[in-house]
Design a binder for this molecule. Structure first.
Ligand code: TYD
Ligand code: MG
Length: 456
């Protein structure tokens, strides 16, 4: 008979080891290792493997018929999933508590139930009354949406077998538990095991399943990172609870593109789609501002104009401060070093703050030149031309490197009324004559050339 043994598992990345240590060797976070009981593989699972019900098939024998996707009729959501939801797929929706996960999935449930699909919403965190109150506030009225307040997996499964839903929502995965496991709900073992069970259910019965997962910084429950590899699609909420806008980003998708971003606005009717995000990100921009640059970025398949803001002040300490929100701290440090070395700005004596207005996170390097110009603008107290946008990756030698999909970025800039754009010189030959007529282009090869073009 197999015996369960005690292990230490990281609640952030799921790494497990036999001994406790202060820092997780895999994700380098501190104090994330918690004691758990590891489950020995059950005899049933072992048996299924040795019987071998599945046999290898030739690729050409597999029917090539395209599985029709389920359209949500919520345009932004359909785009996120890469053209609708795949039946039998497993999606993880992660985000900070209170950011709008339950609201989004309740609205999604409604959109799907109204098409005649049977939806089972397992609300383990809130009572049926609370969920139905919220549903009423959102104006949801449908016969096909079932609410279930249950957290024990076997019981949820029994209800699934009875109701036979096409769509299943688990709110949240960290509260569902399997009775036969000794560890507490929300532990790495429970979260992993229950997700695996939901995966078998989703694939076996063709139920499109959505798991809600809270992102935790210091709590006792396992974060959604632990399950990212188990599911087909991973969506994360970005942005701040204090702001009206919520960004949802696809970080993994087995059926479509990643890095696709949908923007929603939270108001009294729940989450409303924002079809043109550039408009809202630039809405509060002060046109004649110092330390601000507009960059057309590409998120997934769509260009979005964002504003980079920088503030450079004299430092009062021996080590200057570098703070940023929305961009990577190391990338900022690198860009400031380039600026100091190539242009000679005395940044070692300055505190530098950089932020992306609106709460969006940008990881693509096409933002580099915009960050440099915003910093230069603040340092020199001169504003950038308010009709201009900036695009370009910056290398360690101060060279401005080409970016992908420049034409669609420029089209978005034209659409938003911008008349000039600084671009990498190497991108110029790939552009159509049509776009060159619509916007005045300033190709640059090195950061030195870039500094004076738009600064006034
Ligand atoms: P919720 O979906 O409960 O967050 P999560 O499931 O991610 O924890 O959303 C919580 C916030 O959304 C809450 O602070 C109230 C706000 N909200 C609105 O502003 N309008 C609405 O119509 C709804 C339903 C919620
Ligand atoms: Mg919730």
């Amino acid at each position: 008979m197999s015996k369960n043994k005690t292990i230490w598992a990281c609640i952030d990345c799921g790494h497990s080891q036999l001994k406790w240590s202060g820092q997780c060797p895999q994700c380098s976070l501190w104090n994330t290792l918690k004691e758990e009981v590891e489950v020995a593989p059950s005899s049933k699972r072992f048996e299924a493997q040795s019987i071998g019900q599945n046999r290898p098939v030739r690729l050409k024998e597999v029917s090539s018929q395209v599985i029709p996707r389920i359209l949500t009729k919520m345009g932004e959501c359909d785009r996120l999933w890469g053209g609708g939801i795949v039946p039998g797929s497993l999606t993880l929706v992660g985000g900070d508590p209170g950011i709008g996960k339950s609201t989004l999935l309740l609205q999604l449930s409604n959109a799907l139930a109204q098409q005649g699909l049977t939806v089972l919403y397992v609300c383990g965190e809130e009572s049926i009354d609370q969920t139905s109150m919220r549903a009423r506030r959102l104006g949801i009225e449908t016969d096909n949406l079932f609410l279930l307040n249950e957290t024990l997996f076997s019981s949820i499964k029994a209800h699934i077998d009875q109701i036979k839903p096409q769509i299943l929502i688990i709110d949240s995965i960290q509260i569902v538990y399997k009775g036969e496991l000794q560890s507490a709900p929300g532990s790495v073992t429970q979260v992993r095991e229950t997700t695996t069970e939901f995966m078998h259910l989703a694939k076996g019965q063709q139920i499109a399943t959505f798991l809600i997962g809270h992102v935790t910084k210091s709590g006792e429950i396992a974060g959604p990172k632990v399950l990212e590899h188990l599911v087909d699609t991973v969506l994360y909420f970005e942005g701040d609870k204090q702001q009206h806008y919520r960004m949802i980003r696809v970080v993994k998708n087995r059926f479509g593109p990643v890095d696709e971003v949908a923007v929603f606005q939270m108001n009294s009717q729940g989450l409303q789609e924002v079809p043109n995000p550039s408009e809202i990100f630039l809405e509060e921009r002060k046109k004649e501002a110092i330390g601000s640059a507009i960059v057309p970025t590409i998120e997934g398949t769509r260009p979005i104009l964002i504003e980079v803001q920088a503030l450079v002040t004299d430092t009062a300490f021996s080590t200057p401060s570098r703070r940023c929100t929305g961009i990577d701290q190391n990338r900022l440090a690198l860009l400031l070093a380039v600026l100091e070395k190539r242009i000679g700005y005395p940044l070692h004596k300055c505190d530098v703050f950089v932020s992306i207005a609106g709460g969006m996170k940008i990881t693509e390097p096409a933002l580099d030149l915009g960050v440099l110009l915003a910093v230069a603008s603040s340092l020199r107290n001169r504003m950038l031309d308010p009709d201009a946008t900036v695009i370009g990756e910056v290398g360690l030698g101060g060279e401005v490197r080409s970016v992908a999909r420049l034409e669609s970025r420029l089209k978005e800039a034209v659409h938003m009324g911008f008349r000039r754009c600084m671009i990498p010189k190497y991108n110029l030959k790939g552009l159509s004559e049509e776009i060159k007529k619509k916007i005045q282009l300033h190709p640059v090869e090195f950061v030195e050339e870039a500094m004076d073009i738009f600064l006034r």
